[in-house]
Design a protein around this ligand. Structure first.
Ligand SMILES: [Zn+2]
Length: 201
């Protein structure tokens, strides 16, 4: 290509290089020179994220769902209510949003489990209680039978499952590993035998 359409080779390649830049400057409305005007409180640049309240341009129907269409079972909650009044308030909220029953995974054993159980069982049809696993002495020889006995006692009291057995950075992993090892297998067998399927969490 020597002289396309009368251009010299140099002029042609110069044109080809400059063309995209020219096109970009035409389509891009941003000024090449910064706006010299001082910022005011109304300038877009001064709006903080916390004050940004754009109004939607969409005109579509909005659906506010305040209650479930069908009764809900909340399968995973915890002992958040401190008092009987808190439990009653919880039940009112459940009625409001359509939750028929809530499963409380308190994770407690012994007297603590009994206290939590009694607190919620003033509404026996609205809550289901799961107990914990007694890790006391997990690192001692002979660990296991006492944990089994406590599991059975909680079940007789009314526990419907075992949970929540978690770690969450509280150094429980060691306990959990110990509890799941051979000495406690009978406890887990009893647990699964006594409780409905999938009632260990
Ligand atoms: Zn949980």
């Amino acid at each position: 290509m020597d002289k396309p359409n009368g251009f010299s080779r140099r002029a042609f390649f110069g044109f080809m290089t400059a063309a995209p830049l020219a096109a970009a400057s035409i389509s891009d409305p941003r000024p090449l020179i910064p706006d010299p005007r001082p910022l005011t409180p109304d300038s877009p640049e001064t709006i903080l994220l916390k004050d940004y309240r754009p109004r939607s341009l969409h005109k579509v129907p909005e659906t506010q769902i305040t209650k479930a269409k069908f009764p809900i079972i909340d399968m995973h909650s915890h002992d958040y209510a401190k008092t009987d009044a808190d439990v009653a308030e919880w039940v009112r909220t459940m009625d409001e949003v359509g939750v028929e029953r809530t499963v409380i995974l308190c994770g407690n054993t012994g007297a603590e489990f009994d206290a939590v159980y009694d607190k919620y069982m003033k509404h026996p049809k609205r809550f289901e209680m799961w107990c914990g696993f007694n890790y006391t002495g997990f690192d001692q020889p002979g660990y296991g039978p006492a944990a089994v006995r406590e599991l059975e006692r909680c079940h007789q009291k009314g526990a419907k499952g075992v949970g929540e057995l978690g770690d969450k950075g509280k150094c429980g992993a060691l306990k959990a590993r110990a509890a799941l090892c051979i000495p406690t297998i009978p406890a887990w067998i009893r647990c699964l035998r006594n409780a409905p399927s999938s009632a260990c969490r």
